[in-house]
Write a protein that binds this ligand. Structure first.
Ligand code: 7OP
Ligand code: ZN
Length: 719
């Protein structure tokens, strides 16, 4: 045993040696250390075995003066090296106890066969773990030589371990960085091929071969229904052309085992492995030497297995290959699953397109209806049509389309924008078809809103007085006709609360229904021979669509409440006809007024509208109750106090709109007055509701009772 003061190292040589380690890379440092220790110990060969901390891997890169053309990596566990690490003292061994490949290399380098072999663990005095082993080959074999070698090694490293470890760590970082970079470029490559599954599979195999330096790769996808592995695409130098598709049961063969257990299998000699199936080699004439087989996961499910065959250059797959393979397999899993999802989405889209085609076919308006509308000889010149108080709901439904046609002609839009009359007829009929048979939000609502817009443009002479441009006038009328297309009788919060398809399309943007009405509008305008905007030039066309979009989205009462303040400021500061924002705000106000215009007609209309609206609201409330939700009071047929709700609605929303409108257009004062009068009538109605509720009638029954109209209108009009 070496004593405290025995110092076999020559201090000058050691100092010189330490100084010479300056600015060398990991390989050069190892050569220097090996040479120094060889010289000092008189051994035939010295080499270092760095140990990687996390995964207990051993690394051999340099033997004596020779840097290996491919570094060796192997696990420390179940290896003679492990004994030295565990005991933390030098041990003698036979080199045949080493990793077999390392043993072979030593045999080629050392003549004759290594006879004595010493392993010295190296650790920093202040650190716990062994970071490095020094292996000394043919050092003499005596116990004295063993002690001397151990002391020489420990003295050497007392001064240079920091330098050596830093250089090695730097090399390892460099390697990891390169590995990361190459994996990232692999990921980039794979993710750009999600559109074509076969192409993706080929690329995965090619990348896997390059990363692990393998001759061939087989890729199996797990068929989740049959629990089988399926390979359809083959690659590599030998193409087994006889095979169309290979199916392997889970658990069968190496790939089947990996699919079943999720373990990586790394076999150095395929033929000696009990799970190896020789059939494929026999059928193809390919000779499998070694195999690296790893699972491909996606969210904890094994979706595939990749099997790499034959490491190139006659080596076998090492721990490093296993590591790269596992990282690679994560990208494979994600890209395979996304590619499958992408395929599904494309199929869904194709199905959607087919369904849409079918629907558009059945939505086609009848050619005869188009001709009838076009050639209508009816006069339809109701004298009251231009009166503010006229209720368009009195017009019989079959005549409504003729009136709409008239609105376009009367406002000079057909002329001004070169609208093809047949296209206009088809457009009007298609819009009418686009409304459902809901109590309130149906074609008659759209028609009455469009009529009110016609009244506004005509009676206030908005276009000639340049309050709005002709294009804005056109957009306004189209928007009114289309603004509630395909309404389902339920409001925005219902869509969001019950997670309808419409909510999934639009809820992130708000105004779910309005966005749908807009989408339907654009769909109609894009239908063959229905585009009334065909005659517009490019610029006018896009401007018109932009205005339509803004107006339809503005029909959300939430939007109205958001811009009301700005509209008030505009009205009190004076309307500027050349200000684009002013004209927009005016259009929003006009649209809201048209949408609420039922409340500016006489009270019988107001009552009838309430009947339609509450029928629709209560149906939604019933649905909400059946889903276990509590509806708003106005949607709840048991609790809604209709007159109070109407008074509130008139006060909070309707009256302010017409107040603002009549400030801007004094001619429209009668609309404001009418909405006020209706509020007073609803206050009268309130008492009737209280009385009749006590007698056991439901709100809806009271609203429909002819006695209600009789008692509300009995006395002189309210003041
Ligand atoms: N008259 C009406 C509507 C009651 C012309 C709608 C609402 C908001 C607040 C009540 C309330 C209802 C709403 C139009 C007309 C049409 C208003 C949007 C509604 N008398 N409602 N009502 N509205 O959401 F207090 F449902 F489309
Ligand atoms: Zn509406």
């Amino acid at each position: 045993m070496a004593t405290e003061n025995s110092f076999p190292s020559d201090p000058n040589l050691l100092l010189e040696f330490c100084a010479s380690l300056f600015d060398l890379n990991g390989f050069e440092i190892q050569k220097k250390v090996n040479r120094y220790l060889q010289d000092r110990t008189g051994a035939e060969l010295v080499f270092l075995v760095p140990l990687l901390p996390e995964n207990e891997e051993a690394l051999v890169q340099v033997l004596g003066d020779n840097q290996l053309d491919h570094e060796l990596r192997f696990p420390v566990r179940n290896n003679i090296l492990h004994v030295a690490v565990k005991r933390r003292c030098s041990i003698t061994a036979s080199s045949s106890e080493l990793d077999p490949e390392l043993h072979n290399m030593l045999k080629n380098l050392v003549t004759p066969d290594p006879t004595s072999f010493l392993i010295v663990p190296i650790f920093h005095a202040k650190a716990e773990t062994v970071r490095l082993l020094a292996c000394i080959v043919n050092y003499g074999g005596t116990e004295e030589a063993q002690v001397k070698c151990t002391v020489l090694v420990s003295e050497c490293f007392r001064y240079c371990i920091g330098t050596v470890l830093n250089a090695l760590a730097y090399e390892e970082e460099k390697r990891l960085k390169l590995q990361c970079q190459s994996l990232l470029s692999v990921a980039k490559n794979l993710f750009s091929r999600l559109g074509d599954f076969t192409d993706l599979m080929r690329e995965i195999m090619a990348e896997a071969r390059t990363l692990t330096n393998a001759e061939r790769c087989s890729l199996f996808i797990v068929d989740q229904n049959s629990d089988e592995l399926v390979a359809k695409i083959f690659d590599g130098e030998v193409t087994p052309h006889i095979l169309k598709e290979v199916r392997v049961r889970k658990g069968q063969g190496i790939a089947g085992w990996v699919a079943k257990t999720g373990e990586v299998i790394n076999v150095r000699d395929a033929y000696s492995h009990p799970l190896f199936y020789r059939g494929i080699d026999e059928a193809t004439g390919y000779r499998t030497r070694n195999i690296l087989c790893f699972p491909i996961h996606h969210e904890n499910v094994i979706v595939g297995v990749a099997q790499m065959c034959n490491k190139r250059n006659g080596y076998y797959f090492d721990v490093f290959d296993e590591e790269v393979a596992m990282a690679f397999s994560i990208y494979c899993g994600i890209s395979i699953m996304h590619s499958l999802v992408y395929k599904k989405i494309q199929e869904a889209q194709a199905r959607y397109k087919m369904a849409n085609e079918l629907m558009m076919y059945h939505m086609k308006v009848n050619a005869e209806d188009v001709q009838n509308l076009l050639n209508c000889k009816g006069s339809h010149d109701n004298k009251l049509l231009l009166h503010w108080s006229f209720s368009p709901r009195t017009i019989p439904v079959p005549e409504t389309t003729c009136y709409v046609f008239k609105f376009f002609e009367d406002l000079n839009l057909v002329n001004h924008f070169q609208i093809d009359k047949e296209t206009l007829s088809r457009f009007i009929l298609l819009v009418k078809k686009g409304y459902r048979d809901t109590p309130y939000h149906n074609w008659m609502h759209a028609f009455s809103v469009a009529h009110f817009a016609f009244l506004l443009v005509k009676n206030l002479d908005l276009i000639n007085k340049s309050y709005i441009t002709a294009l804005e006038g056109l957009a306004f009328i189209i928007s009114c006709l289309c603004h509630d297309l395909d309404h389902r009788g339920t409001n925005n919060s219902f869509q969001t609360e019950s997670g309808t398809v419409l909510a999934s399309l639009y809820s992130s943007e708000g105004s779910v229904m309005e966005r749908h009405h807009l989408a339907q509008t654009l769909c109609i305008l894009n239908t063959d021979d229905c585009n009334v905007l065909d005659g517009l030039d490019r610029n006018e066309y896009t401007t018109c669509l932009d205005i339509i979009r803004d107006i339809i989205l503005a029909t959300d009462l939430a939007h109205h409440l958001r811009v009301l303040k700005e509209q008030r400021v505009m009205v009190s500061n004076g309307f500027d006809k050349s200000n684009d924002r002013h004209r927009k705000l005016l259009l929003f106000l006009l649209m809201t007024a048209a949408d609420l215009s039922d409340q500016t007609k006489d009270w019988q209309v107001s009552r009838q509208i309430a009947e339609l609206i509450y029928e629709e609201f209560f149906s939604q409330g019933d649905l909400e109750k059946s889903m276990g939700n509590k509806p708003l009071e106005m949607m709840d047929r048991e609790n809604a106090r209709i007159p109070e709700l109407q008074i509130q609605f008139l006060e909070d929303i309707v009256i302010p709109v017409f107040e603002l409108l009549s400030t801007l257009f004094p001619e429209a004062k009668c609309l404001y007055d009418a909405s006020w009068t209706n509020k007073l009538y609803w206050m009268r109605a309130s008492q009737v509701f209280v009385d009749q509720r006590l007698k056991g009638q439901t709100s809806m029954e009271i609203l429909r009772d002819p006695d209600l109209v009789a008692s509300v209108l009995r006395n002189s009009p309210p003041k």
